[in-house]
Design a binder for this molecule. Structure first.
Ligand SMILES: *Cc1c(COP(=O)(O)O)cnc(C)c1O
Ligand SMILES: [Zn+2]
Length: 448
């Protein structure tokens, strides 16, 4: 493989700035330990004049790469040759304008949009990233892949590994894992290892295992994965007639999505394909709110790249000392040591972003509202709507602002959470089944 003149890897820490070829498999900067970015020599890439030019690929969607909701934007993630690219039809997702839910939230009915990433082949947004990571894996000749997962990463990895002939090993912890997700990785043939620890423990183990055994790691500290996730924003812009919304709202777990969103907006601005960057809101679950605590309470910020590392180090030392374990029904974001923390801080700076946390009850109420008025989603995804309620109430988001909420995972990923809410919790939107005797008149009486 010839080193590309179009893309390279670069440490995100401006005072280090070490650069590496895309042929190298690295999870962090070997010099300073900070995360790596994929960067582009834009003058070597044949970019469209305007974003709308990508629409020409709708006509040629018979070709696999033009059909893909990731690769039809390939000039904006041009790190590997087409012959290495892997696709299973990811990114056929939908931006639904939801007037009924908007009204219920007291918004202008024309201004709320739900981005249904649950419509991806494995049922979550992770496929956007996995298609890119596995394309890079093919490019470097990897034969085995692994990840730590709260469920959706493993489902997606297993699907892609299977489709391109790599081995796949999943590390799951003893924390919550939704059955829909676990069932997928078993069905897609991944080797599943259950570690006696939580997600954060698995995350640490898998990094060492991959280094030791030369296995390709597909967690979101893989910078190539995040390149694929940028296209979620491109598809939102596409669905809005090539316009940028005012707000993007996304749940925050390992903070890969929020990081990649900030990155793509910075890039689009730099190359002149947009003239305005939307604002970003990242929503934590209250039981896994590291980002909220660090940003809102301890004042941690990107600060042009001069991050005050001791703030985060002290916080994590405190979590260790107290034996803290994150705990939320939104298992996909039950993470207290987000690996993309620094990249997310940068995204918050690029997008003038805000951060907040919401309780499990608020998440489940919002999830039932999405289900009632839309296509439904899993708990973590509904954190976006729960967060939006706060942002409307405190005036941060205007009721006429155009808001896109990222519904990261499919409703059927976690049926237990849904059934439990409706049949046991007796909350505002609970919709339990009603018992009746096996008697026609009594049944009819109930229907009136
Ligand atoms: C992985 C995941 C998240 C968290 O995304 P990050 O990029 O890790 O912040 C949120 N929702 C769902 C459904 C997920 O699968
Ligand atoms: Zn570095």
């Amino acid at each position: 493989m010839v080193p590309s003149d179009r893309a390279y890897q670069k440490c995100i820490n401006p005072s280090c700035g070490a650069e590496f070829d895309c042929a190298q498999v690295l999870f962090k900067c070997p010099r300073c330990g900070d995360p790596l970015d994929v960067r582009y020599n834009w003058d070597k890439i044949k970019l469209p004049q305007k974003l709308g030019d990508f629409a020409k690929r709708w006509v040629t969607r018979g070709s696999q790469l033009d059909f893909s909701g990731v690769w039809r934007f390939r000039e904006l993630l041009d790190f590997c040759d087409d012959r290495y690219k892997v696709s299973v039809g990811e990114g056929q997702t939908l931006l639904q304008q939801n007037g009924a839910l908007a009204k219920e939230l007291g918004m202008n009915p024309a201004s709320l949009f739900l981005q249904y990433e649950g419509l991806n082949p494995s049922g979550s947004f992770k496929d956007n990233g996995m298609t890119a990571a596995f394309s890079h894996a093919k490019m470097v000749g990897a034969v085995a892949s692994a990840c730590a997962s709260t469920g959706n990463t493993s489902a997606s990895m297993a699907l892609y590994a299977h489709s391109c002939g790599l081995k796949a090993t999943v590390f799951i912890g003893e924390g919550k894992i939704a059955f829909g997700k676990l069932s997928q990785s078993m069905d897609y043939g991944a080797h599943t290892i259950r570690v006696a620890g939580d997600f954060d423990d698995c995350m640490r183990q898998v990094q060492d295992v991959c280094t030791e055994l030369n296995i390709y790691l597909v967690n979101s500290l893989n910078p190539f994965r995040l390149e694929g996730q940028k296209t979620i924003m491109l598809r939102i812009i596409e669905a809005l007639g090539w316009q940028v919304p005012d707000w993007i709202i996304v749940p925050g777990g390992n903070l890969g999505n929020s990081s990649s969103f900030g990155k793509v907006f910075a890039e689009l601005k730099e190359i002149g394909l947009i003239d305005r960057v939307p604002r970003l809101a990242v929503i934590n679950a209250h039981g896994a709110n590291t980002l909220t605590e660090l940003v809102n309470d301890k004042g941690l910020k990107w600060n042009g790249g001069k991050v005050n590392d001791t703030i985060a180090d002290d916080y994590f030392a405190h979590l260790d000392a107290t034996g803290y374990r994150p705990d939320t029904i939104a298992s996909a974001i039950e993470i207290s040591r987000p690996v993309n923390l620094k990249k997310c801080l940068r995204a918050l700076e690029v997008c003038n972003g805000v951060v907040l946390d919401v309780t499990d009850e608020e998440i489940l109420d919002a999830k039932a509202q999405v289900g009632k008025y839309g296509l439904g989603c899993e708990p973590a995804s509904a954190a976006t709507i729960a967060g939006l309620k706060y942002l409307l109430a405190n005036g941060t988001v205007d009721k006429d602002a155009r808001v896109a909420c990222i519904l990261t995972g499919h409703l059927l990923k976690d049926p237990n959470a849904t059934v439990n809410y409706h049949s046991k919790m007796a909350r505002e939107f609970s919709n339990p089944p009603v018992q009746v005797e096996n008697d026609l008149q009594k049944i009819i009486a109930l229907m009136k």
